[in-house]
Ligand binder design. Structure first.
Ligand SMILES: *Cc1c(COP(=O)(O)O)cnc(C)c1O
Length: 498
């Protein structure tokens, strides 16, 4: 059956095919694409347990991207999940202590976003061909550090595309920044913003929907799209690793087919964990999805009180990819909590826009059965890194540590004994300063960047990923800086639209 897509906000909205939705990114009314009807999956997990990551990904993706041919989808998967990953399992699951860790950082930018952003460009260029698009696709992306680099790594020198990345000047790690400003590819542009991630993301969303700017682009043979996790071409490939992880747990003899597991997910924009929600809807035996936050705990409050309130202090933490006050993908969950009521969803999102806050109805709150939420302070985060290093000789990054620590909060609050899989979203070498300070118990380790990488390596001994090694000699290629209000002008300059 064909899976068509509609908007979360418009009741009588037009439907689009999957390839059209990939090209479009956001719906024309500012909502997000969701399947008109959730595809039906009939997974045989005993069989999936013996399949490669690529084969499992095909079983998942064919449910969501139904207007791609089998050959097209398989070519996209082949190109995305190859030897640019330093582990042939792509997403290995390993037990350390009492918990399992689903390692999603073996790709070219050592963060989980590679799982989605290695495939998105292929889904997009295939979609462009299928829809006879002649315009050049301009990807606009706001990043809290990892998306931007992963998106550029995916799109660099891909025909008929350009990618413009905005990142908060003071909100990313030294390694993240160095990874971005050294990005190669004639079609890549990186701009530092004098503001935080939410400023950048809000502005990007505004620009993607600006009718005047869109018209000006169209007149010049350009079309905007988005590589943020709101794009279905990013969201649904992420479903594959939940299904794969479950199958691997069977393969390793940790569970029997049908046993329930929990996943703890370090959450920012709510894309990763939402993919887990879809995996559950498709029949993966998941009991709870643990939504783990850092001090920016807007989601913890949302799940525990039914109120989403972004009017609060914003903190820069050692897990910057989760320093977010507006989690874009949450709109999709809200849509499901309303019983797929677009009008109600639109009204709540309008509240967020005008008041910075929305409240779930009691019925909607009751519909939240699949999630549990918690957050940790910086101290608890560091303690978790130190604990795993000291007791299990396993080093995790600060984002993974948030999920690992909140998983333990969940277990002690609920006494739930089901196997817990912590979604590990970045390599410790991406955040060497924070990890060093945690495992050496020094509050202010001043060394950062590559020097910190070397010190960390001396302690933990795990090999330094090639992508980090390469930074030693890579020249800086990007030095643009912009105020949030000047982002439109920066784009016009790059595209020579003035
Ligand atoms: C992006 C990111 C997250 C948050 O994922 P979302 O899909 O935005 O919730 C967590 N950890 C790392 C390392 C990330 O890069």
């Amino acid at each position: 059956m064909e899976t068509l897509y509609r908007s979360t906000r418009e009741t009588a909205s037009q439907t689009m095919t999957s390839s059209q939705a990939v090209l479009q990114g956001l719906t024309p009314d500012g909502g997000l694409f969701v399947p008109v009807t959730l595809p039906h999956a009939d997974f045989d997990f005993d069989q999936l347990a013996n399949m490669s990551y690529q084969a499992v990904a095909y079983e998942v993706l064919k449910l969501f991207f139904t207007d791609y041919t089998e050959a097209e989808l398989k070519a996209c998967i082949q190109a995305a999940y190859g030897d640019q990953f330093d582990d042939p399992a792509i997403a290995p699951v390993a037990k350390h202590g009492k918990q399992y860790y689903l390692e999603l950082f073996h790709g070219p930018t050592i963060a989980f976003k590679d799982l989605a952003l290695q495939i998105l460009p292929h889904l997009m260029t295939t979609a462009a061909k299928k829809n006879q698009l002649t315009a050049e696709v301009v990807i606009l992306t706001a990043t809290s550090g990892d998306t931007g680099k992963a998106a550029m790594a995916g799109f660099a020198d891909v025909d008929q595309t350009r990618i413009i990345v905005f990142y908060p000047q003071a909100g990313v790690s030294a390694i993240q920044k160095q990874q971005m400003v050294t990005q190669v590819g004639d079609n890549t542009y990186v701009i530092a913003i004098n503001g935080n991630f939410d400023d950048a993301q809000t502005k990007v969303k505004e620009l993607l929907n600006d009718p005047e700017l869109r018209a000006q682009l169209a007149a010049n043979q350009f079309q905007f799209s988005s590589a943020n996790s709101i794009n279905i071409g990013r969201l649904f490939p992420q479903v594959a690793y939940y299904v794969y992880a479950y199958a691997q747990m069977i393969k390793q003899g940790q569970i029997k087919n049908g046993d329930e597991v929990n996943f703890s997910v370090p959450t920012g924009n709510f894309g990763d964990i939402l993919a887990g929600y879809y995996a559950k809807q498709l029949g993966t035996p998941i009991h709870k999805l643990i939504c783990a936050s850092n001090r920016n705990n807007v989601l913890t409050d949302f799940f525990n009180t039914g109120v989403y309130n972004k009017n609060r202090e914003f903190f820069l933490t050692s897990s910057p990819s989760m320093d977010i006050l507006v989690s874009s993908n949450l709109e999709r969950l809200v849509f499901y909590l309303t019983g797929e009521d677009a009008q109600q969803t639109a009204a709540l999102m309008a509240d967020l826009q005008t008041k910075g806050e929305y409240r779930l109805t009691p019925t909607m709150r009751q519909a939240i059965t699949d999630f549990w939420a918690g957050f940790v302070t910086e101290g608890q985060d560091q303690h978790e890194i130190k604990h795993l290093y000291a007791h299990h000789h396993y080093t995790i990054d600060p984002h993974t540590a948030v999920a690992s620590a909140v998983a333990k909060q969940y277990q002690s609050a609920t006494k739930d004994q089901r196997p817990m899989i912590v979604v590990s979203t970045a390599s410790p070498y991406k955040f060497p300063n924070a990890v060093l300070s945690a495992i050496t118990d020094q509050a202010d380790v001043t060394v950062d960047g590559l020097a910190a990488v070397d010190q960390l390596h001396d302690l933990i001994k795990t090999p330094i990923p090639a992508t980090v090694e390469n930074l030693r000699t890579a020249p800086v290629r990007h030095d643009r800086v912009s105020e949030p209000d000047a982002m439109a002008a920066a784009i016009k300059t790059i595209l020579k639209l003035n």
